[in-house]
Write a protein that binds this ligand. Structure first.
Ligand code: KIV
Length: 279
């Protein structure tokens, strides 16, 4: 058992590891799937022990951790590094890793090799990639070789420079139809699940009803089989980023600002450390 888990685990060792098959069973049983992003061992351990089903090492690491405006600069090496950390902190959840921009678009063979690195070197339980028709061959190669694949349709942030904005997708009949067809095609290519990002709730519900694999929504309404949020968004870490689809479950930005303020005051006022905090 990894060091962090030995130190911090409060869960009985009998907790069953979440598998891709289990997620499909959850859809069949009408049991909603709870997913969050994670980028490091410490937070992964917290979310895992709280009972999260899926931890996505998202390429949102580019925005959240690295401070970029987009996910474009994220590399495969970054994803391997962050996945290794998340895997070390996780006992039960399924760890899924994003294939970053340009790690799967050039050829299906290169995509396949890179997905293999995420499984072999990083310890991912599955990979995620954006797009429909154009990635099907790569998805087939991966799933034929035993690499579980999660699709990602709707707003696909790696195409931001093509879209020109982070607005909802699937709002025209043509785009909605494309998303419906891509979801079915991903299932047929062997994907075990599909993320639907920022699409109308009725479209997401229709897609969910039309496939046997679970849909995981982000800004896609309540009709999906599961939900995912970027953990720093739902914990209220950002003052500026407050999209409508994020429910803030904590106000960590305010809590941390206040804690740091108290620490600065105590250091400057020489009330920290006290005798009980000294040797
Ligand atoms: O990178 C990411 O965090 C994601 C989720 C928003 C689905 O792809």
């Amino acid at each position: 058992m990894p060091y962090l888990c030995r130190r911090m685990s409060v869960n009985p060792p009998t907790r069953r590891k979440v598998t891709t098959r289990r997620l499909v069973e959850m859809k069949r049983a009408g049991q909603p799937i709870a997913c969050l992003t994670a980028y490091d061992a410490l937070t992964a351990g917290v979310f895992d022990r709280a009972g999260i089903d899926v931890l996505l090492v998202g390429d949102s690491v580019g925005n959240v951790v690295q401070g970029h405006d987009t996910t474009i600069p994220v590399t495969l090496e970054h994803m391997i590094y962050h996945t290794q950390a998340v895997v070390r902190g996780t006992e039960r959840a399924l760890v899924v890793t994003d294939l970053p921009f340009m790690s799967y678009q050039v050829t299906p063979q290169e995509a396949f090799r890179n997905a293999g690195r995420l499984m072999k070197e990083a310890g991912s339980g599955a990979v995620k990639l954006e797009g429909g028709e154009r990635v099907l061959e790569a998805v087939r190669m991966m799933t034929d070789a035993g690499i579980p694949v999660m699709g990602h349709l709707g707003l696909t942030p790696q195409s931001i420079h093509q879209f020109g904005s982070y607005k909802e997708r699937g709002t025209t009949p043509e785009e909605a139809d494309r998303i419906r067809r891509d979801a079915i095609a991903l299932q047929e290519a062997g994907a075990f699940s599909v993320v639907l990002e920022k699409v109308p709730a009725d479209l997401a519900a229709t897609v969910t009803a039309s496939i046997d694999i679970p849909t995981i929504g982000i800004g896609a309404g309540a009709g999906c089989d599961g939900q995912i949020l970027v953990w720093t968004d739902m914990m209220g870490m950002s003052m500026e980023f407050r999209p409508r689809f994020v429910r803030r479950y904590a106000e960590l930005h305010d809590a941390m600002t206040s804690a740091v303020g108290s620490y600065i005051r105590d250091v400057r006022g020489r009330s920290f450390p006290g005798t009980e905090e000294s040797y």
